[in-house]
Structures are given as C-alpha cells and as structure tokens.
Design a protein. Structure first.
Length: 314
C-alpha cells in the first residue's frame, strides 16, 4: 500500500463516514454532495480492499478494518489540526472554559475538593466536569479534546506508550478497621491480612489488584467477601463489621474522619499505587491544559489533598 497513491482528502471522508455511519451525514459535514461522498466511499473501498461500511437493519455498520483504520486516521487528522491551529491565549481569571477529567473516585475524593476551592480563588468562571474512568482508555476522546486529562492508577490500566504521562504520586496503601475492632495492633502482619475478611474496592470492575498479585507470588490469598465500587459504601460496611478495607492512604485519612474507623499500617513490603496524569500529544501545547495540569500537580503533591475532617468519635 503506497500512501502517495491515496488522495489525502479521502482521509477526511473516511473519518466522517466511519464516525457518522452515514453517507448523507458525512457529505453534510464536509459540505459536499451525496454522490461525491458515495464516490469517495467507493474509492476508499477499492484502495483498502474492504467494504468499510455495510448495510444492516440498524443502518450502516463499519467493518473491523474500518474501525481500525479510523482510529489512526482520526488521530492523524487531529494532530494536523493541532499543528495548523494557533493555541488560544488562556487567562484563568477571565476564562469560562469547561475542562473534562476522566478519573476514578480516588481523584474525586483527594483532588477535586481542593481543586474547586482553588478555582474559586483564581478562576471563578472555570468549570470542571467529571467522567468515570472505565477499563478502556478513551483515546479518541483525548485526541478530540472531549476529555482533557485521564487521572488514574497505572496498576489498573494499560496505557498506550504514545500518550503523554506524568506520575504525580506514589501512594502507599493502608488498612482501615472499625474503631473498636478486636485487633488492636498498629501494624498488621501478613497473617492478619490472610485471617481477616476483606472489602475490596473495584472501581473498574476488576477482580484483583497488585496486592493480590504480591500475595499470590508467596502462595497466599486473602478472603474477599465483598466487592464495592464506592469508597463510601466500603467504609460504611467496615464501620459495622470485622472486615478490613485496604485503600490509598490519603483516602483512608478522609474516611477515618467521616466514619468510626481507625487506620492500621500494613506490612512494609506491600506495593503502593502510582497516580498518573495522561493526555494526548495532539493537545500537549495548549496553554489552558498546561495551566490546569500544573495546578492539579501542585495540589495533589501538597498537604491540601484529602485533609481528614474532625469527627466526634475520635
């Protein structure tokens, strides 16, 4: 396949056709006639030796090859658009920009409260939208700018190497128990971990963790009796049972401020988590994103993140 044999304008047609799954709507998007778009589709089919779009009772559906091609083409077009466009100046004091973060409830608990407070002081008209991170990395949405940053632990994610990444935090794990739990030790042993029933926090629906891998390498396995996708629900369960909940230290400090819980140290050899900020290289030079990324990094590395709240049970 020779790239010089392909009219590069057809890449615009390919992206529109696969995204919209309609010859008519693709023609409208690119301001060409429907016959012209049909002609482009036929040329693409010949060049790639694939039908690309096939008719079905539910409309036009892309083939697997079309979906594969469109991902790369879409990213390439976004990169060209980024290089040809002059980034707009950004003044946080006057901007009304809306940023979208794709993340987990860890970041919602630890970073978002101090971030919103800081925005009220420095950028009162800036808005933050949160979308929940799932197992699949939203690569196209990052390229489009629909999502500005992805924030999460790389222990749970497979991050493509071409995406930009900064590791902001190596977060140690800690355990929480109800405040009057029979175990009174300040640090748990591996034997304690195995003996106690666990509540497991699984925001991405995963069934294991790096800690479980660590135990398995030593021929050990903990007793997970409850899977929860919410820190708050898991903390509520632990506060009323003999269960142990293992979670990142900053969130544990916050949970212990809201619930009748106590924190206990874990064996020192247990692995921690690495919090990453991920963004697409086509958005790398945008001044607004530089500003927000720097602000979030400073907050997550400071003592302002997830400050525990005073509670009467202490």
């Amino acid at each position: 396949m020779k790239l010089h044999q392909l009219d590069l304008n057809l890449l615009l047609a390919l992206d529109a056709l696969i995204s919209l799954r309609s010859v008519t709507r693709a023609a409208e998007k690119l301001f060409v006639s429907q016959p012209a778009m049909s002609h482009s589709l036929n040329r693409l089919r010949t060049f790639f030796d694939d039908p690309l779009l096939v008719r079905s009772p539910h409309g036009m559906l892309p083939t697997q090859k079309a979906l594969y091609l469109q991902q790369g083409v879409h990213q390439a077009l976004s990169l060209l658009q980024s290089h040809f466009s002059q980034p707009e100046a950004f003044d946080p004091a006057t901007s009304a920009r809306r940023f979208t973060l794709c993340t987990t409830d860890y970041v919602e608990c630890v970073l978002i409260p101090p971030l919103v407070k800081k925005l009220a002081e420095e950028a009162p008209n800036v808005h933050i939208d949160i979308t929940i991170l799932r197992e699949d990395i939203p690569e196209l949405a990052l390229a489009d700018g629909e999502i500005d940053f992805l924030l999460g632990f790389d222990e749970y994610m497979s991050i493509p190497s071409y995406l930009c990444r900064e590791t902001w935090l190596n977060e140690p794990l800690i355990g929480i128990l109800r405040h009057d739990h029979p175990i009174q030790n300040d640090r748990l042993t591996l034997s304690d971990l195995i003996a106690l029933p666990h509540v497991f926090h699984a925001p991405l629906g995963n069934l294991g963790s790096p800690m479980d891998d660590f135990l398995a390498e030593r021929g050990l396995q903990r007793q997970i009796s409850v899977h929860s996708q919410s820190y708050m629900a898991a903390a509520a369960i632990v506060s009323n049972t003999d269960h142990l909940f293992i979670l990142p230290k900053k969130v544990a400090a916050m949970m212990a401020g809201y619930w009748p819980l106590k924190m206990v140290a874990l064996p020192e050899e247990l692995p921690g988590y690495h919090l990453n900020c991920i963004w697409h290289p086509v958005q790398d030079r945008h001044p607004a994103l530089h500003w927000l990324r720097d602000l979030m990094r400073k907050l997550i590395e400071s003592d302002d993140a997830a400050l525990p709240r005073y509670s009467s049970h202490e």
